[in-house]
Design a protein around this ligand. Structure first.
Ligand SMILES: Nc1ncnc2c1ncn2[C@@H]1O[C@H](COP(=O)(O)OP(=O)(O)OP(=O)(O)O)[C@@H](O)[C@H]1O
Length: 256
């Protein structure tokens, strides 16, 4: 076994139905992995087992050397601080500025009042401004997040992750609610987190074409099972077609 993320027969069931079904996979440091598959395939559940929000029903998820399902209390909180999360709906403090949201990535290193009363050490404040510059929002630092566009908000969330400085970044449909140009910009930034910083990035994505173009590797789930695990350039049109034809067939069955 090697790799920053290793799942070994990982299973999670809801009411007896396997959302993730005996998934075995290894992800190396610095990889940008696209997690794809039809709706309900288990992508979100898999990501949630990796950051410890869901405890596996069976099998193991070893992340950065720790068996996540076995962590609790302080160890689990420490683990979550070391794993960055990016969400479809951003999960920002909407009434706070881009700067304060970026700075909140340092929360694991600071007491809460130091983050929110702007008494964070100068080094952390510079780090937050640098992160906003990196995502192209240097001139928006003082703007309230609820006045930014969706693409800009997601870039603030990436700046917050850069400030957090995790080894691993998990992104759950990070571009699902963005226009095509914003989606490409966000995926370029996520790819940079892997390629320039050496972080491991796992992003669930619905857009096949974007996954194939931006990710190093594709892991596809279907009904909780790993059905494709290959370098992105090696995934054939036929494989993509099979994966999403299944979704089409299920939808057609449900419509009957
Ligand atoms: N909290 C829950 N309680 C019961 N069932 C759940 C729960 N969360 C997810 N499921 C079920 O687990 C399966 C996998 O869901 P999951 O959200 O992981 O899939 P997904 O691939 O992320 O889907 P989507 O692309 O639509 O977001 C689905 O059948 C879903 O209905």
């Amino acid at each position: 076994m090697s790799g920053v993320i290793h799942c070994d027969d990982l299973t999670h069931t809801f009411d007896g139905i396997a959302a993730v079904d005996r998934a075995t996979l290894t992800i190396a440091a610095g990889e940008f992995v696209g997690l794809v598959g039809p709706s309900g395939a288990g992508k979100t559940t898999l990501l949630r087992t990796l950051n410890g929000f869901v405890t596996p029903s069976a099998g193991r998820a070893i992340v950065a050397g720790r068996d996540v399902g076995a962590l609790n209390g302080r160890d689990l909180r420490r683990h979550r601080r070391q794993v960055g999360m990016i969400y479809q709906r951003f999960h920002l403090v909407e009434r706070a500025t881009a700067f304060h949201n970026a700075l909140s990535g340092a929360a694991g290193r600071l007491s809460p009042w130091r983050t929110w009363l702007s008494t964070a050490p100068p080094g952390e404040r510079v780090r937050a401004l640098d992160a906003l510059a990196r995502v192209g929002l240097a001139d928006r630092w003082a703007q309230r997040v609820d006045t930014l566009s969706g693409g800009q908000r997601q870039r603030v969330a990436i700046a917050r992750t850069v400030v957090q400085d995790p080894q691993i970044v998990l992104a759950d449909e990070p571009v699902a609610s963005l226009d095509p140009a914003s989606a490409e910009r966000v995926l370029t930034l996520l790819a940079d987190l892997a390629r320039k910083d050496g972080r491991t990035v796992v992003a669930s994505l619905h857009q096949v074409e974007l996954a194939g173009r931006f990710c190093d590797r594709i892991i596809a789930l279907d009904q909780g099972r790993v059905v494709i695990d290959a370098p992105a350039r090696q995934v054939t049109a036929e494989q993509w077609g099979t994966l999403y034809r299944l979704e089409h067939d299920v939808l057609a069955e449900e419509a009957v």
